[in-house]
Structure formats: structure tokens, C-alpha cells
Design a binder for this molecule. Structure first.
Ligand SMILES: *Cc1c(COP(=O)(O)O)cnc(C)c1O
Length: 220
């Protein structure tokens, strides 16, 4: 079992183009499982839950980067900014302001991605593509966060639709980049999971977030 995680990780890393960074999506996995992925070369851990991240953070032996990829609640912002090197899921001015405030208290600038609801699914987090530019503009002036790109999940139910969603998010990314907004540095496009990461890379992703292909099918 433990060999499987190492082997999956190595195989995946070998397959990825050099410019693409791998985030190991660790939700529901034990710190030991996360450690095995790190041993095999994972450099960035993605966590959906602050509490799980705290647990893994305390046990992990190697220094790695931590990306928050879940839905962040305001009351978890203080803990989150202490643990994470990037927050990939900004989708409101309110949460951006909370992170900004908490970062200011500890003298930190947090790189963030704006999450796009590219599948246009109700009940999904993320802003609609047409609302993204406005949100980037509004939060770009906050001194203790730095917008560094976009993130999207793509449609959850319609797997075939993910390529179109990725392509649309890529166009949005390029368009916002071309605006050259002050204090915005568009350089990361985080899209693609186990089921669709190859399509995501073809459509321009330079961060992919992989869980099952590394750790095995989810138990939850
Ligand atoms: C779970 C998760 C992933 C990885 O999903 P897999 O299909 O297991 O690869 C990627 N991104 C986010 C935001 C997730 O919650």
C-alpha cells in the first residue's frame, strides 16, 4: 500500500511537463500517507480543511509548500494564514479582506488565486467568469494579499465539459493578465484533477491538483 503511493507519485511526476507544478490534494488522507507522497517528490500539499492541515503540518518531516484549496470560512482565516503559503480559493471581497487583515497583523503577504465557477453550477464556490475581473480589481488594492492567478474545478458532473471550462478560464486568465493591473501578477493557472488533468495541461494549466491518482480512491 505504502509503495503504491510512492510509485503513483513518481510516475505522475515523470509524466508532467517541467512547467507544471503538482499539488497533492490530501483531503481525508493520513499524515503518513501525505509523508509518503512527499518522500516520492511532492513539493506542494493541497488541503481543504484547516484542521487536517494542522495535523499533517505537525507530523510532516520535510519542508514543503501548503496550498489551501477548500472553502475557507472567515473564522478559520487566522489559522489558515499561519499554515498556508497560498490560498487558491478566493471568491469574495469579504474573505479576501479577512485574509488581508489577518496577514497584516502578522506582517505577511499572502499569494492568492481567484476561484472561477467555470462550470456555472449553482451551489459551487467560485465567481462566475464574467465577475472575475471585477473581483480581481477590488481585491488588488489590499496590501497584504497578492493576486497571482486563477483556479477552477470545472464542472463536477459533466466530465466532458471540463475542457471547455478550462479553455474559458485560460482565456479569462490571459485577458486579466493583459490588463496589467497594478499589484496583480498573473502567473498561475490552477486547474485539473485526477480525471481531467491532461486536458487541463493542454488548455494551459501550470498547477494541477491531484488526489486519487496519488493516494488511491477516496474512502469518504
Ligand atoms: C479533492 C480535490 C482535488 C483532487 O481530486 P482528485 O479527483 O482526487 O484528484 C483537486 N482540487 C480540489 C479543490 C479538491 O477538493
Amino acid at each position: 500500500m505504502s509503495e503504491a503511493i510512492r510509485e503513483n507519485t513518481r510516475r505522475l511526476l515523470e509524466e508532467l511537463p517541467e512547467a507544471v507544478e503538482l499539488v497533492a490534494a490530501a483531503k481525508g488522507r493520513t499524515p503518513e500517507e501525505v509523508q509518503q507522497a512527499v518522500d516520492a517528490g511532492v513539493k506542494i500539499i493541497g488541503e481543504n480543511y484547516v484542521q487536517e492541515a494542522e495535523r499533517a503540518y505537525a507530523l510532516l518531516e520535510k519542508k514543503v509548500q501548503w496550498h489551501f484549496i477548500g472553502h475557507l470560512q472567515k473564522n478559520k482565516a487566522k489559522k489558515a494564514i499561519a499554515l498556508f503559503d497560498m490560498i487558491e480559493t478566493i471568491d469574495s471581497v469579504e474573505i479576501a479582506m479577512e485574509i488581508d487583515k489577518r496577514c497584516r497583523q502578522v506582517g505577511k503577504v499572502m499569494p492568492v488565486l481567484v476561484e472561477i465557477n467555470s462550470g456555472r453550477e449553482k451551489q459551487k464556490s467560485g465567481v462566475l467568469p464574467e465577475e472575475a475581473e471585477q473581483l480581481v480589481r477590488e481585491i488588488s488594492s489590499l496590501p497584504n494579499i497578492k493576486v497571482t492567478g486563477l483556479m477552477t474545478m470545472g464542472p463536477l458532473l459533466d466530465k466532458e465539459g471540463s475542457r471547455d471550462s478550462f479553455a474559458e478560464t485560460r482565456r479569462l486568465y490571459e485577458r486579466i493578465k493583459a490588463l496589467a493591473l497594478p499589484d496583480v501578477e498573473m502567473k498561475y493557472l490552477s486547474m485539473g484533477m485526477t480525471g481531467n488533468y491532461r486536458a487541463a495541461i493542454e488548455e494551459g494549466a501550470n498547477i494541477i491538483r491531484i488526489g486519487s491518482k496519488i493516494f488511491g480512491e477516496r474512502r469518504d
